[in-house]
Design a protein around this ligand. Structure first.
Ligand code: HSE
Length: 457
Protein backbone atom coordinates (compact mmCIF):
# COMPACT_ATOMS: atom_id res chain seq x y z
CA UNK A 1 0.00 0.00 0.00
CA UNK A 2 2.75 2.41 1.04
CA UNK A 3 4.68 1.41 -2.07
CA UNK A 4 1.64 2.24 -4.26
CA UNK A 5 1.25 5.68 -2.64
CA UNK A 6 4.92 6.46 -3.19
CA UNK A 7 4.59 5.36 -6.79
CA UNK A 8 1.58 7.66 -7.35
CA UNK A 9 3.40 10.64 -5.81
CA UNK A 10 6.35 9.92 -8.04
CA UNK A 11 4.14 9.73 -11.11
CA UNK A 12 2.45 12.97 -10.06
CA UNK A 13 5.77 14.81 -10.00
CA UNK A 14 7.33 13.28 -13.08
CA UNK A 15 7.35 15.19 -16.34
CA UNK A 16 5.66 12.85 -18.76
CA UNK A 17 5.94 14.98 -21.86
CA UNK A 18 3.75 17.57 -23.49
CA UNK A 19 0.73 16.72 -25.60
CA UNK A 20 -0.13 19.02 -28.48
CA UNK A 21 -3.51 19.59 -30.05
CA UNK A 22 -2.80 21.20 -33.42
CA UNK A 23 -5.75 22.97 -35.05
CA UNK A 24 -5.22 23.11 -38.79
CA UNK A 25 -2.96 21.30 -41.24
CA UNK A 26 -2.47 23.95 -43.91
CA UNK A 27 0.91 25.45 -44.81
CA UNK A 28 1.92 26.40 -41.26
CA UNK A 29 0.40 23.31 -39.59
CA UNK A 30 2.11 21.00 -42.07
CA UNK A 31 5.45 22.79 -41.62
CA UNK A 32 5.12 22.48 -37.85
CA UNK A 33 4.30 18.75 -37.99
CA UNK A 34 7.24 18.19 -40.37
CA UNK A 35 9.59 19.99 -37.99
CA UNK A 36 8.29 18.04 -34.98
CA UNK A 37 8.63 14.73 -36.86
CA UNK A 38 12.28 15.41 -37.69
CA UNK A 39 13.91 16.06 -34.32
CA UNK A 40 17.52 15.05 -34.97
CA UNK A 41 19.96 17.90 -34.41
CA UNK A 42 17.35 20.17 -32.88
CA UNK A 43 16.74 21.02 -29.20
CA UNK A 44 16.55 17.78 -27.12
CA UNK A 45 13.38 18.94 -25.34
CA UNK A 46 11.54 18.39 -28.64
CA UNK A 47 11.80 14.65 -27.86
CA UNK A 48 9.29 15.19 -25.07
CA UNK A 49 6.66 16.83 -27.28
CA UNK A 50 3.95 14.60 -28.71
CA UNK A 51 1.62 15.41 -31.60
CA UNK A 52 -1.43 14.05 -29.82
CA UNK A 53 -4.31 15.35 -31.95
CA UNK A 54 -4.50 17.30 -35.21
CA UNK A 55 -7.78 18.91 -36.21
CA UNK A 56 -8.54 19.14 -39.94
CA UNK A 57 -11.54 20.01 -42.08
CA UNK A 58 -11.41 16.79 -44.13
CA UNK A 59 -9.91 13.39 -43.34
CA UNK A 60 -9.83 12.45 -47.01
CA UNK A 61 -7.58 15.20 -48.31
CA UNK A 62 -4.10 14.01 -49.38
CA UNK A 63 -1.47 15.28 -46.90
CA UNK A 64 2.24 16.05 -47.19
CA UNK A 65 2.74 14.50 -43.72
CA UNK A 66 1.90 11.08 -42.34
CA UNK A 67 0.04 10.87 -39.04
CA UNK A 68 -1.59 7.91 -37.28
CA UNK A 69 -5.32 7.77 -38.08
CA UNK A 70 -6.30 8.20 -34.42
CA UNK A 71 -4.37 11.54 -34.32
CA UNK A 72 -6.36 13.18 -37.12
CA UNK A 73 -9.89 14.34 -36.36
CA UNK A 74 -12.42 16.78 -37.76
CA UNK A 75 -13.74 17.53 -34.25
CA UNK A 76 -11.75 20.65 -33.29
CA UNK A 77 -14.00 21.32 -30.28
CA UNK A 78 -13.12 17.90 -28.88
CA UNK A 79 -9.40 18.77 -29.07
CA UNK A 80 -9.75 21.99 -27.07
CA UNK A 81 -11.93 20.15 -24.53
CA UNK A 82 -9.66 17.09 -24.21
CA UNK A 83 -8.15 17.03 -20.68
CA UNK A 84 -5.06 15.22 -21.98
CA UNK A 85 -4.02 18.11 -24.23
CA UNK A 86 -1.52 20.56 -22.68
CA UNK A 87 -0.96 23.02 -25.54
CA UNK A 88 -3.27 24.06 -28.35
CA UNK A 89 -1.48 25.17 -31.53
CA UNK A 90 -3.95 27.29 -33.49
CA UNK A 91 -2.88 27.49 -37.12
CA UNK A 92 -6.24 27.56 -38.89
CA UNK A 93 -6.10 31.36 -39.25
CA UNK A 94 -9.09 33.64 -39.83
CA UNK A 95 -11.35 35.08 -37.17
CA UNK A 96 -13.89 32.34 -36.45
CA UNK A 97 -13.84 29.59 -35.32
CA UNK A 98 -10.23 30.47 -34.37
CA UNK A 99 -11.29 33.03 -31.74
CA UNK A 100 -13.82 30.72 -30.07
CA UNK A 101 -11.47 27.75 -30.08
CA UNK A 102 -8.64 29.81 -28.56
CA UNK A 103 -10.94 31.17 -25.83
CA UNK A 104 -12.32 27.70 -25.05
CA UNK A 105 -8.81 26.23 -24.87
CA UNK A 106 -7.67 28.99 -22.51
CA UNK A 107 -10.76 28.60 -20.31
CA UNK A 108 -9.95 24.89 -20.14
CA UNK A 109 -6.50 25.75 -18.75
CA UNK A 110 -4.52 25.00 -21.90
CA UNK A 111 -1.68 27.13 -23.17
CA UNK A 112 -2.10 28.43 -26.71
CA UNK A 113 0.40 28.96 -29.50
CA UNK A 114 -1.01 30.90 -32.42
CA UNK A 115 0.15 32.36 -35.72
CA UNK A 116 -3.11 34.30 -36.06
CA UNK A 117 -2.29 38.02 -36.25
CA UNK A 118 -5.82 38.92 -37.37
CA UNK A 119 -7.44 37.30 -34.32
CA UNK A 120 -4.84 38.65 -31.87
CA UNK A 121 -5.04 42.20 -33.28
CA UNK A 122 -8.86 42.22 -33.02
CA UNK A 123 -9.57 40.05 -29.98
CA UNK A 124 -6.32 40.40 -28.03
CA UNK A 125 -8.06 42.03 -25.06
CA UNK A 126 -10.45 39.14 -24.39
CA UNK A 127 -7.87 36.50 -25.33
CA UNK A 128 -5.19 37.79 -22.92
CA UNK A 129 -7.71 38.54 -20.16
CA UNK A 130 -8.98 34.95 -20.41
CA UNK A 131 -5.42 33.60 -20.45
CA UNK A 132 -4.45 35.56 -17.35
CA UNK A 133 -7.60 34.49 -15.52
CA UNK A 134 -6.88 30.85 -16.36
CA UNK A 135 -3.18 31.10 -15.47
CA UNK A 136 -1.97 30.10 -18.92
CA UNK A 137 0.08 31.67 -21.72
CA UNK A 138 -0.69 32.78 -25.28
CA UNK A 139 2.40 32.67 -27.48
CA UNK A 140 2.45 34.37 -30.88
CA UNK A 141 5.96 34.51 -32.29
CA UNK A 142 4.67 33.42 -35.72
CA UNK A 143 2.03 36.16 -35.89
CA UNK A 144 4.51 38.86 -36.97
CA UNK A 145 7.48 38.47 -39.29
CA UNK A 146 7.03 34.73 -39.99
CA UNK A 147 10.27 33.07 -38.89
CA UNK A 148 11.88 36.26 -37.56
CA UNK A 149 12.20 36.23 -33.78
CA UNK A 150 10.74 39.60 -32.79
CA UNK A 151 7.94 38.91 -30.30
CA UNK A 152 10.12 37.27 -27.62
CA UNK A 153 12.90 39.86 -28.12
CA UNK A 154 10.36 42.64 -27.52
CA UNK A 155 8.90 40.82 -24.50
CA UNK A 156 12.23 39.82 -22.99
CA UNK A 157 15.62 40.82 -24.42
CA UNK A 158 14.66 44.43 -25.23
CA UNK A 159 12.12 45.06 -22.47
CA UNK A 160 14.54 47.00 -20.25
CA UNK A 161 14.81 49.65 -22.96
CA UNK A 162 12.50 52.62 -23.40
CA UNK A 163 11.29 51.82 -26.88
CA UNK A 164 10.43 54.91 -28.90
CA UNK A 165 10.01 53.60 -32.45
CA UNK A 166 9.17 50.30 -34.12
CA UNK A 167 9.33 50.47 -37.92
CA UNK A 168 8.66 47.40 -40.00
CA UNK A 169 8.42 45.99 -43.45
CA UNK A 170 6.04 43.31 -42.24
CA UNK A 171 4.20 42.31 -45.39
CA UNK A 172 6.11 40.22 -47.91
CA UNK A 173 3.52 40.47 -50.69
CA UNK A 174 3.63 44.25 -50.90
CA UNK A 175 7.40 44.33 -50.52
CA UNK A 176 7.69 41.86 -53.40
CA UNK A 177 5.40 44.01 -55.58
CA UNK A 178 7.17 47.29 -54.75
CA UNK A 179 10.60 45.73 -55.29
CA UNK A 180 9.60 44.48 -58.75
CA UNK A 181 8.00 47.82 -59.66
CA UNK A 182 11.30 49.46 -58.68
CA UNK A 183 13.65 47.09 -60.49
CA UNK A 184 11.53 46.62 -63.64
CA UNK A 185 9.90 50.05 -63.90
CA UNK A 186 6.54 48.24 -64.10
CA UNK A 187 3.00 49.24 -63.15
CA UNK A 188 1.36 48.11 -59.93
CA UNK A 189 -1.46 46.21 -61.66
CA UNK A 190 0.89 44.32 -64.01
CA UNK A 191 3.18 43.22 -61.17
CA UNK A 192 0.21 42.27 -58.98
CA UNK A 193 -1.24 40.08 -61.74
CA UNK A 194 2.14 38.39 -62.25
CA UNK A 195 2.64 37.94 -58.49
CA UNK A 196 -0.77 36.23 -58.31
CA UNK A 197 0.16 33.97 -61.22
CA UNK A 198 3.42 33.01 -59.48
CA UNK A 199 1.74 32.45 -56.10
CA UNK A 200 3.40 35.41 -54.36
CA UNK A 201 0.07 37.20 -53.96
CA UNK A 202 -3.28 35.75 -52.91
CA UNK A 203 -6.19 35.47 -55.36
CA UNK A 204 -7.88 38.03 -53.08
CA UNK A 205 -4.92 40.25 -52.21
CA UNK A 206 -6.93 42.88 -50.30
CA UNK A 207 -5.54 42.23 -46.82
CA UNK A 208 -1.98 42.53 -48.10
CA UNK A 209 -2.11 45.33 -50.65
CA UNK A 210 -4.50 47.55 -48.72
CA UNK A 211 -2.21 47.43 -45.68
CA UNK A 212 -4.62 45.55 -43.40
CA UNK A 213 -2.23 42.67 -42.69
CA UNK A 214 0.53 45.14 -41.84
CA UNK A 215 -1.88 47.07 -39.58
CA UNK A 216 -2.64 43.88 -37.60
CA UNK A 217 1.07 43.28 -37.20
CA UNK A 218 2.06 46.79 -36.11
CA UNK A 219 -0.82 46.79 -33.60
CA UNK A 220 0.71 43.66 -32.05
CA UNK A 221 4.27 45.02 -32.13
CA UNK A 222 3.15 48.36 -30.64
CA UNK A 223 1.28 46.62 -27.86
CA UNK A 224 4.43 44.69 -26.91
CA UNK A 225 6.93 47.48 -27.51
CA UNK A 226 4.98 50.16 -25.67
CA UNK A 227 3.19 48.03 -23.08
CA UNK A 228 -0.43 49.02 -23.76
CA UNK A 229 -3.40 47.59 -25.59
CA UNK A 230 -4.10 48.91 -29.07
CA UNK A 231 -7.44 49.44 -30.76
CA UNK A 232 -6.94 48.24 -34.31
CA UNK A 233 -9.17 51.04 -35.62
CA UNK A 234 -6.59 53.54 -34.28
CA UNK A 235 -3.99 52.34 -36.80
CA UNK A 236 -4.08 54.72 -39.78
CA UNK A 237 -3.89 52.42 -42.81
CA UNK A 238 -3.10 53.10 -46.47
CA UNK A 239 -2.08 50.40 -48.94
CA UNK A 240 0.03 50.45 -52.09
CA UNK A 241 -2.63 50.53 -54.87
CA UNK A 242 -1.98 54.20 -55.56
CA UNK A 243 1.82 53.90 -55.78
CA UNK A 244 2.77 54.55 -59.39
CA UNK A 245 5.90 53.76 -61.36
CA UNK A 246 6.22 57.54 -61.92
CA UNK A 247 6.54 58.12 -58.16
CA UNK A 248 8.98 55.25 -57.79
CA UNK A 249 11.13 56.81 -60.52
CA UNK A 250 10.95 60.32 -58.96
CA UNK A 251 11.73 58.86 -55.54
CA UNK A 252 14.81 57.16 -56.94
CA UNK A 253 16.03 60.41 -58.52
CA UNK A 254 15.59 62.13 -55.18
CA UNK A 255 17.52 59.38 -53.30
CA UNK A 256 14.65 57.29 -51.91
CA UNK A 257 12.94 53.93 -52.36
CA UNK A 258 9.22 53.46 -51.70
CA UNK A 259 8.33 50.84 -49.06
CA UNK A 260 5.12 49.95 -47.27
CA UNK A 261 6.11 50.78 -43.71
CA UNK A 262 4.26 49.95 -40.52
CA UNK A 263 5.31 52.49 -37.90
CA UNK A 264 4.65 52.79 -34.18
CA UNK A 265 6.33 55.80 -32.62
CA UNK A 266 6.13 57.89 -29.50
CA UNK A 267 5.21 61.40 -30.64
CA UNK A 268 7.73 62.75 -28.13
CA UNK A 269 10.46 60.10 -27.90
CA UNK A 270 11.92 61.50 -24.69
CA UNK A 271 8.56 61.35 -22.89
CA UNK A 272 7.38 57.77 -22.11
CA UNK A 273 3.87 59.05 -21.37
CA UNK A 274 3.39 60.87 -24.68
CA UNK A 275 0.85 59.41 -27.16
CA UNK A 276 1.78 57.04 -29.95
CA UNK A 277 1.56 57.54 -33.67
CA UNK A 278 0.43 54.29 -35.35
CA UNK A 279 0.32 54.01 -39.11
CA UNK A 280 0.79 51.90 -42.20
CA UNK A 281 1.45 53.66 -45.48
CA UNK A 282 3.75 53.69 -48.49
CA UNK A 283 6.77 55.74 -47.48
CA UNK A 284 9.78 57.26 -49.20
CA UNK A 285 12.74 55.71 -47.38
CA UNK A 286 16.21 57.27 -47.82
CA UNK A 287 18.39 54.86 -49.82
CA UNK A 288 20.95 54.75 -46.98
CA UNK A 289 18.34 53.73 -44.35
CA UNK A 290 18.64 50.11 -43.09
CA UNK A 291 15.08 49.28 -44.28
CA UNK A 292 15.72 50.55 -47.83
CA UNK A 293 17.65 47.42 -48.80
CA UNK A 294 15.01 44.92 -47.61
CA UNK A 295 13.73 43.55 -50.89
CA UNK A 296 11.40 40.90 -52.26
CA UNK A 297 9.30 38.85 -49.86
CA UNK A 298 11.66 39.51 -46.93
CA UNK A 299 10.53 41.30 -43.78
CA UNK A 300 12.51 43.43 -41.34
CA UNK A 301 11.66 45.20 -38.13
CA UNK A 302 13.77 48.08 -36.83
CA UNK A 303 13.39 48.70 -33.10
CA UNK A 304 14.76 51.91 -31.61
CA UNK A 305 15.05 52.55 -27.91
CA UNK A 306 17.09 53.94 -25.11
CA UNK A 307 19.78 53.00 -24.27
CA UNK A 308 20.18 50.33 -26.95
CA UNK A 309 19.84 52.54 -30.06
CA UNK A 310 18.83 50.67 -33.22
CA UNK A 311 18.31 46.91 -33.53
CA UNK A 312 17.04 45.37 -36.76
CA UNK A 313 15.49 41.93 -37.17
CA UNK A 314 15.56 40.57 -40.71
CA UNK A 315 14.45 37.35 -42.34
CA UNK A 316 11.75 35.35 -44.07
CA UNK A 317 8.34 36.80 -43.22
CA UNK A 318 6.31 33.83 -44.40
CA UNK A 319 6.61 30.26 -45.65
CA UNK A 320 6.03 26.84 -44.12
CA UNK A 321 9.49 26.21 -42.67
CA UNK A 322 10.12 29.74 -41.41
CA UNK A 323 6.74 30.04 -39.73
CA UNK A 324 7.02 26.51 -38.30
CA UNK A 325 10.31 27.58 -36.70
CA UNK A 326 8.50 30.39 -34.86
CA UNK A 327 5.51 28.22 -33.88
CA UNK A 328 7.75 25.43 -32.60
CA UNK A 329 9.96 27.81 -30.62
CA UNK A 330 6.81 28.88 -28.76
CA UNK A 331 5.87 25.23 -28.18
CA UNK A 332 9.38 24.59 -26.85
CA UNK A 333 9.19 27.60 -24.55
CA UNK A 334 5.92 26.30 -23.10
CA UNK A 335 7.25 22.75 -22.84
CA UNK A 336 10.19 24.07 -20.80
CA UNK A 337 7.78 26.01 -18.58
CA UNK A 338 5.55 22.97 -18.06
CA UNK A 339 8.54 20.78 -17.34
CA UNK A 340 9.92 23.05 -14.63
CA UNK A 341 6.45 23.53 -13.08
CA UNK A 342 5.78 19.81 -12.94
CA UNK A 343 9.06 18.80 -11.40
CA UNK A 344 8.68 21.33 -8.61
CA UNK A 345 4.97 20.97 -7.83
CA UNK A 346 2.94 17.82 -7.40
CA UNK A 347 -0.24 19.45 -8.57
CA UNK A 348 -0.75 23.12 -9.39
CA UNK A 349 -3.35 24.82 -7.23
CA UNK A 350 -5.11 28.06 -8.17
CA UNK A 351 -2.62 30.32 -6.40
CA UNK A 352 0.31 28.66 -8.15
CA UNK A 353 -1.10 28.85 -11.64
CA UNK A 354 -2.04 32.45 -10.95
CA UNK A 355 1.62 33.45 -10.68
CA UNK A 356 2.47 33.67 -14.35
CA UNK A 357 5.96 34.40 -15.62
CA UNK A 358 5.78 38.14 -16.42
CA UNK A 359 8.24 37.70 -19.30
CA UNK A 360 5.87 35.32 -21.06
CA UNK A 361 2.45 36.64 -20.05
CA UNK A 362 0.70 39.81 -21.17
CA UNK A 363 1.03 42.19 -18.22
CA UNK A 364 -0.95 45.23 -19.38
CA UNK A 365 -4.66 45.94 -19.70
CA UNK A 366 -4.72 49.74 -20.29
CA UNK A 367 -5.15 51.08 -23.82
CA UNK A 368 -2.35 53.21 -25.29
CA UNK A 369 -3.23 56.78 -26.20
CA UNK A 370 -2.98 57.31 -29.96
CA UNK A 371 -2.33 60.74 -31.47
CA UNK A 372 -4.50 61.90 -34.39
CA UNK A 373 -2.72 61.91 -37.76
CA UNK A 374 -2.98 65.73 -37.92
CA UNK A 375 -0.44 65.84 -35.06
CA UNK A 376 2.06 63.60 -36.82
CA UNK A 377 5.29 65.40 -37.65
CA UNK A 378 6.70 64.05 -40.88
CA UNK A 379 8.12 65.00 -44.25
CA UNK A 380 5.91 64.78 -47.35
CA UNK A 381 6.41 64.09 -51.02
CA UNK A 382 3.75 65.50 -53.35
CA UNK A 383 3.44 65.43 -57.12
CA UNK A 384 1.41 68.14 -58.87
CA UNK A 385 0.20 68.39 -62.46
CA UNK A 386 -0.06 72.05 -63.36
CA UNK A 387 -0.54 74.34 -66.33
CA UNK A 388 2.84 75.29 -67.71
CA UNK A 389 2.65 79.01 -67.00
CA UNK A 390 4.80 81.58 -65.17
CA UNK A 391 4.55 81.87 -61.40
CA UNK A 392 3.12 78.40 -60.58
CA UNK A 393 6.07 77.32 -58.46
CA UNK A 394 5.95 80.67 -56.67
CA UNK A 395 2.24 80.23 -55.88
CA UNK A 396 2.86 76.70 -54.57
CA UNK A 397 5.65 78.02 -52.34
CA UNK A 398 3.42 80.84 -51.05
CA UNK A 399 0.57 78.45 -50.13
CA UNK A 400 2.96 76.15 -48.28
CA UNK A 401 4.57 79.14 -46.54
CA UNK A 402 1.14 80.37 -45.37
CA UNK A 403 0.84 77.23 -43.21
CA UNK A 404 4.44 77.05 -42.02
CA UNK A 405 5.37 74.25 -44.45
CA UNK A 406 9.02 74.57 -45.35
CA UNK A 407 10.21 72.94 -48.59
CA UNK A 408 13.31 70.77 -48.77
CA UNK A 409 13.23 70.45 -52.56
CA UNK A 410 11.05 71.38 -55.50
CA UNK A 411 11.68 70.03 -58.99
CA UNK A 412 10.04 70.29 -62.37
CA UNK A 413 11.62 67.77 -64.67
CA UNK A 414 8.86 66.34 -66.78
CA UNK A 415 5.60 66.79 -68.58
CA UNK A 416 2.48 64.64 -68.81
CA UNK A 417 1.10 65.78 -72.15
CA UNK A 418 0.55 69.56 -71.92
CA UNK A 419 0.82 69.58 -68.14
CA UNK A 420 3.96 70.29 -66.16
CA UNK A 421 4.89 67.85 -63.40
CA UNK A 422 6.17 69.44 -60.21
CA UNK A 423 7.48 67.35 -57.31
CA UNK A 424 7.88 68.74 -53.82
CA UNK A 425 9.55 67.30 -50.72
CA UNK A 426 8.90 69.16 -47.48
CA UNK A 427 10.85 69.44 -44.26
CA UNK A 428 9.26 67.96 -41.11
CA UNK A 429 5.84 69.51 -40.68
CA UNK A 430 2.65 68.73 -38.71
CA UNK A 431 0.41 66.72 -41.07
CA UNK A 432 -2.50 69.04 -40.24
CA UNK A 433 -0.59 72.10 -41.57
CA UNK A 434 0.41 70.26 -44.72
CA UNK A 435 -3.23 69.25 -45.38
CA UNK A 436 -4.40 72.84 -44.92
CA UNK A 437 -1.81 74.08 -47.41
CA UNK A 438 -2.85 71.35 -49.82
CA UNK A 439 -6.52 72.35 -49.60
CA UNK A 440 -5.53 75.88 -50.63
CA UNK A 441 -3.28 74.61 -53.44
CA UNK A 442 -6.07 72.43 -54.84
CA UNK A 443 -8.09 75.60 -55.43
CA UNK A 444 -5.34 77.35 -57.41
CA UNK A 445 -6.33 78.02 -61.01
CA UNK A 446 -3.07 76.58 -62.38
CA UNK A 447 -3.27 73.27 -60.49
CA UNK A 448 -4.81 70.51 -62.58
CA UNK A 449 -4.46 67.65 -60.07
CA UNK A 450 -2.38 66.22 -57.24
CA UNK A 451 -1.84 62.61 -58.34
CA UNK A 452 0.40 61.59 -55.44
CA UNK A 453 0.93 62.35 -51.85
CA UNK A 454 3.32 60.21 -49.83
CA UNK A 455 5.06 60.50 -46.49
CA UNK A 456 8.85 60.52 -46.24
CA UNK A 457 10.78 58.79 -43.46
N1 HSE B 1 0.37 37.68 -46.20
C1 HSE B 1 1.55 37.90 -45.43
C2 HSE B 1 2.57 38.64 -46.26
C3 HSE B 1 2.21 36.65 -44.92
O1 HSE B 1 2.40 38.83 -47.47
O2 HSE B 1 3.58 39.02 -45.68
C4 HSE B 1 1.64 36.12 -43.65
O3 HSE B 1 1.73 37.03 -42.59
Amino acid sequence: MLYLQLLLVKLGTKFVGVKLGILGLGTVGTGTVQLLQDKTGRHPLLQEIEIYRVGVRSLDKPRAVQLPTDVLTTDLEAIVNDPAVDIIVEVIGGLEPARSLILKALSNGKHVVTANKAAIARFGAEIFTTANQSGVYVMLEAAVGGGIPVIQPLKQSLSVNRIHTVTGIVNGTTNYILTRMQTEGSNFSDVLADAQRLGYAEADPTADIDGLDAADKIAILASLGFGGRINLKDVYTEGIRQVSKTDIAYAEKLGFVIKLLAIAKRITPSSPSSPLSLRVHPTLVPQAHPLASINGVYNAILVEGEPIGQVMFFGPGAGAGATASAVTSDILNLAATLKTQRVTTEKLDQSQIGSLNPLLACGHDEYSQIAPMAELITRFYARFLTNDQPGVIGKLGTCFGNYGVSLESIVQTGFQGELAEIVVVTHDVPEGNFRQALAEIENLEAIESIPSLLRVL
